[in-house]
Design a protein around this ligand. Sequence first.
Ligand SMILES: NC(=O)C1=CN([C@@H]2O[C@H](COP(=O)(O)OP(=O)(O)OC[C@H]3O[C@@H](n4cnc5c(N)ncnc54)[C@H](O)[C@@H]3O)[C@@H](O)[C@H]2O)C=CC1
Ligand SMILES: O=C(O)CCC(=O)C(=O)O
Length: 439
Amino acid sequence: MEGVRKRNPGQDEFVQAVEDVAQDIIPFIADHPEYHEAEILRRIAEPDRIVSFRVCWEDDDGNVRVERGWRVQNNNAVGPYKGGLRFSENVNESVLKFLAFEQTFKNSLTGLPMGGGKGGSNFNPKGKSDREVMRFCQSFMSELFRHIGPDRDVPAGDIGVGTREIGYLFGQYKKLTGRWEGVLTGKASEYGGSKLRTEATGYGVVYFLREMLKDREEGLEGKSAVISGSGNVALHAAEKLMSEGAKVLTLSDSDGFIHDPDGIDEEKLDWVKTLKIEKRGRISNYTDKFDGAEFHEGKAPWDVDCDIALPCATQNELDEGGAKALLGNDVMAVVEGANMPSTAEASARFRKSGILFGPAKAANAGGVAVSGLEMSQNSERVSWDHETLDNMLTGLMQDIHDKCVESGTDDDGNVDYVRGANIAGFRKVADAMLAFGVV
Ligand SMILES: NC(=O)C1=CN([C@@H]2O[C@H](COP(=O)(O)OP(=O)(O)OC[C@H]3O[C@@H](n4cnc5c(N)ncnc54)[C@H](O)[C@@H]3O)[C@@H](O)[C@H]2O)C=CC1
Ligand SMILES: O=C(O)CCC(=O)C(=O)O
């Protein structure tokens, strides 16, 4: 870890993600000298390559704007690089390196042939017109296209990149290369997108939670849930929780959170979807529309009494104070929808507490898993129906859960899902790398 810190100065998120994995892999490697001798962990913690490039575009007033774009290709031992693109003012190299590193283990856990990558830009889509977003996406792809391909690197969406952005990116790739191929996932269904990809991450989080609860002979019916975020992952996790009989109390965005003590029902959730996906409005507007709900400016929802907490917004949004508040209210399960939403201190508290704690690289893998299925459908020139895909997603999440249990069960029978996910995710990539020799 000393070397990782030295080689990556100022990259706190990346170091945090490597530390999270190393704390479980270093003891594991002690019994597996072949991984140690081949320096496997050290090699996974050094991205295969990072491409960084200038992205120029013109805003609606004719001003020239200059942003930076990146693609971090972390590891392609088990398949082409695969992982989302993030457009946010908070994007930097450290954030994308942590995400690409995590993605390598997550994608391995799915059992599908996908390596790990991530990319994006510090472009802030908030408040931009459709035309501005289109011009930015076209300029971004004008450089990215030479580094990606269906057998090379297959990007998708993440924060700030949804169906609209994927459309503009795919259109530009097609124009530049003259080829229609499955180079991006998360496409709309009219041009090769998979059914269920939009819902898959949020639904998958709930399927994973359902498996964890089953082991304790518990179900979701009647449980109260606190969710952060109000984007793709949060809204679909909320939808699935509600359909399983749980009561969703909160949603949030970067301005604060809303608390609806009556619970967010289907009609209210539909309203939020229109607000967030079509109008691109703020979550605080919820209280103007629905009586009894409160908006808490600048706050996260972790003080709200609940059985289940799903952090679904962004990294390090759940700190030690939040963890203490949740544990103080006897939370039963914390399952990570966002990538690395718990700080290292919060994560350590959850692991020690004996509650059900589902780490992101396992719990939110449903999204990239359905992306993997989108790649298969594109290659085969077929389109599977919703039910088939939902059954596949359910099976994949059960399988990831079982892998965590297999590699993470302590002598006393308690399951440490973090250790289970780290070891199971590592092993497959490590064995593939051993097979390739030192390259
Ligand atoms: N979209 C996907 O399929 C997957 C997404 N994820 C992760 O889930 C998280 C959410 O991603 P999406 O829902 O896709 O993005 P999104 O862009 O649809 O939504 C992001 C949400 O987080 C909120 N947010 C952003 N920064 C925040 C902050 N500092 N404080 C509070 N709220 C904040 C936004 O207001 C928005 O509600 C990210 O960590 C992403 O990496 C993980 C697996 C797959
Ligand atoms: O579907 C994908 O390729 C990307 C999903 C993603 O970015 C993630 O799992 O964090």
